[in-house]
Design a protein around this ligand. Structure first.
Ligand code: COA
Length: 415
């Protein structure tokens, strides 16, 4: 079976996490992704957080599946010529260098258009145009400037960054959508264009509901589903909401059986209004179903702490999986807090290809996260990440270089 992006060639000039997540997705959809790296070093993540000496780190392998690797010194004049040949052959150039690095290399938007007017140039940057456009940015900085950190954590503690890589992988996802959209537009206009995904913008897009709440707060001075209500105080900005639900159905994380020794023996419990009577029955508080102090969502808002404490008395008598099984029977929305160990061992995730075991010639077998987006006509086969420069000769030959020319360029340090 063919793949959705068969025939699309990506010149992958990305490194670290944000850019590589984007090009990995495109590779999973069938694009030929040619990753350009510096000879001898490569993407810095090859050697970061290594768990096996001399083997590409999991950081690198888990972000660079299904790609080919070529080494080119793009600051070497002859290396630049090789890059020019690649620009002429590819459909999309994806990069996430520090601002200005591509221009300093000599590959301005104008120059790239001269070489290939159909080329789409897609970039991740920390910030969009404005006062911070020249700044380098990493994941947690993006979380801080995109509104996530100030709204994550508990009211009495400092801002907190989340483990979900919303700045890097989240922006990579945004960029991938921008690229396929630009490819689609090109089928009608015949022209390439620039695609920019700024990490601050990507994080803010994912924190959209908090900007919603900022405006609600400014208008009404209170947000009744936040834990600060009714006894705490609200300031000028959206406060940290602990584990409160981001939507209109109140939720909280509750202890389950075994919480004293298992840090993940918890469940997320949502008191969804349509199943309130069932919740009352399950936890043995049948009287709450008709008591006007508890029977409606509005009446419950000032009592959420007390209500969750009562539900927790019930969840603490069950393991998180037992609680989930019972609650699901009654359509009560909930979710166990799964550890990474539990996720890694989850059979159903392996069956769907969301967790995949991959074999690597140097490190052996390891687990990775497969393509989270499933297309019925374009299934994803996850293949291992390339060794540094593994495909240099192959790609150079496709560009028309002879064996002798390749050797000469290697001797000159251009590839
Ligand atoms: N041959 C020759 N030189 C190369 C090369 C190659 N194949 N590939 C990269 N380089 C050069 C670049 O041209 C640049 O040189 P310059 O500074 O002289 O212009 C240099 O390598 C370093 O690139 P840079 O992007 O500045 O790397 P860094 O390690 O200093 O910064 C980041 C890393 C991630 C902070 C930075 O790239 C960045 O802010 N990127 C945008 C935002 C982003 O994606 N952040 C998240 C990363 S997960």
């Amino acid at each position: 079976m063919g793949k959705a992006l068969d025939g699309v060639r990506i010149l992958d000039f990305t490194h670290v996490q944000s850019g590589p997540t984007c090009t990995q997705l495109l590779a999973w959809f069938g694009a030929d992704v040619i990753k350009v790296e510096r000879a001898g070093a490569g993407d810095i993540t090859r050697e970061q957080l290594r768990d096996i000496p001399d083997a590409d780190s999991l950081y690198f392998t888990m972000l660079n599946h299904n790609k080919r690797s070529v080494t080119i010194d793009t600051k070497n004049p002859e290396g630049k010529l090789v890059l020019e040949a690649l620009i002429q052959k590819c459909d999309v150039l994806v990069e996430n260098f520090a601002p200005g690095a591509l221009d300093r290399m000599g590959f301005t938007w104008g120059r790239i258009q001269e070489l290939n007017p159909k080329m789409i140039v897609a970039s991740v940057k920390g910030f969009g145009p404005g006062p911070y456009e020249d700044c380098k940015v990493y994941e947690n900085v993006a979380q801080c400037v995109g509104g996530s950190a100030s709204t994550t954590g508990f009211d009495d503690g400092p801002p907190v960054v989340t483990g979900a890589q919303i700045g890097d992988s989240g922006t990579g996802l945004h960029l991938a959508l921008g690229i396929v959209t630009a490819l689609y537009q090109r089928t009608m206009t015949g022209r390439g264009q620039k695609v920019l995904a700024a990490m601050q913008d990507g994080v803010l897009n994912l924190c959209r509901v908090k900007l919603r709440d900022q405006q609600r707060l400014e208008r009404t001075g209170v947000m009744k589903e936040y834990p600060q209500y009714p006894n705490g105080t609200f300031g000028e900005a959206v406060p940290r909401a602990g584990n409160a639900s981001g939507g209109g159905q109140p939720g909280w994380i509750l202890k389950c059986k075994g919480w004293e020794h298992d840090p993940n023996a918890y469940i997320y419990f949502i008191t969804q209004a349509p199943v309130w009577v069932k919740i009352c029955n399950v936890i043995g508080k049948e009287e709450w179903a008709t008591d006007p102090e508890y029977a409606t969502p509005t009446a419950r808002l000032p009592r959420l702490k007390e209500i969750f404490a009562e539900i927790e008395r019930w969840t603490m008598t069950k393991t998180k999986f037992e609680a989930m099984e019972i609650l699901n029977k009654y359509d009560i929305p909930c979710g166990p807090i799964l550890s990474m160990k539990e996720i890694a061992e989850d059979d159903s995730l392996r069956k769907t290809g969301t967790i995949v075991e991959v074999d690597h010639p140097v490190r052996g077998k390891y687990l990775t996260v497969g393509n989270p987006i499933k297309l019925s006509d374009s299934p994803t086969d996850v293949t291992r990440s390339p060794l540094l420069g593994e495909h240099t000769d192959e790609v150079m030959a496709e560009l028309g270089y002879s064996r002798e020319q390749i050797e000469a360029l290697r001797t000159a340090g251009a590839i």
